[in-house]
Design a protein around this ligand. Sequence first.
Ligand SMILES: O=C(O)CCC(=O)C(=O)O
Length: 295
Amino acid sequence: MITQQQIEFFNENGYLRYGRVLDMAEVEALRTGLDNVIAIEEAGGDESEIEFKYGHRRGASMGGNAEEHQPRHIVQYVNMFKREPIYERLLHHPVISGAACALLNTPRVRLWHDQIISKPPEENRHFHFHQDFYLWPLREPRIVTCWLALDDATPDNGCMHVVPGSHRDPRFGLESYAAELAARAEAEAQGREIKETDRQKMAHQPADFGKPVALKAGECMFHHCLNFHATPANVTDRQRRAHVMIFMAEGVRTKLDQSPNHVLIPGFTVGDGEELVGEGFPLSNPESGKWKVTA
Ligand SMILES: O=C(O)CCC(=O)C(=O)O
């Protein structure tokens, strides 16, 4: 399923272009599941979980300027696994789950969250270079993202771009992050300006500063949570939908002050510094055979 060479490539570079994991019938089934969720959101939205409204405009509930409202101007749909059974089954895909375990060197992985990120045709935003880890209220950077293309993804329609090796560059690691926070707090207290850090400079780089990872629909890539990555605007007339699954190594703990306003914190049933477990953060179980049900 995953070779030692692929694991070594990931450890060295912080990402891995894995390749095909789904056939087109499976991709179509995921697209249909997404369309179901879009229809619900267009009709006003599902209020049963706080994160369902996050990252996109809702239909009727948005009101406002009709011209500004583009029905398919989707950005993000969080926790698809709670909304459509096929996305729940996908968490247990043996190849995806097996690769995530191997890349994190852990016997089992648990979902942090999943999401659809869609760049609609022609009009869209650029995702600047960022490291996911610091956006999350989590303690250990033993987290990997599986980015699964639901449409062919190319540099023109906003495929992933990565900065190889940035996940192990000490300038971008946890110690330097803590030092930067402390320096910023001290400067603020003294009313001083501070110099832009190398980490902050990365956010100004154009996406093509990184290495493009083009994928066909049904193929996936993985990136480490400390790897700098970006996606450029979609300048084509094609959609670019991706499904993103973020897996934690077993044992990853919470760290609330790293991202105190994160949308998923209200769903935590454990305290600060405890292992993140609970219904909202399911273990992947590739042996359940659940994914085969769709095949
Ligand atoms: O899909 C995108 O455009 C951005 C995704 C991303 O930043 C991520 O998966 O961490």
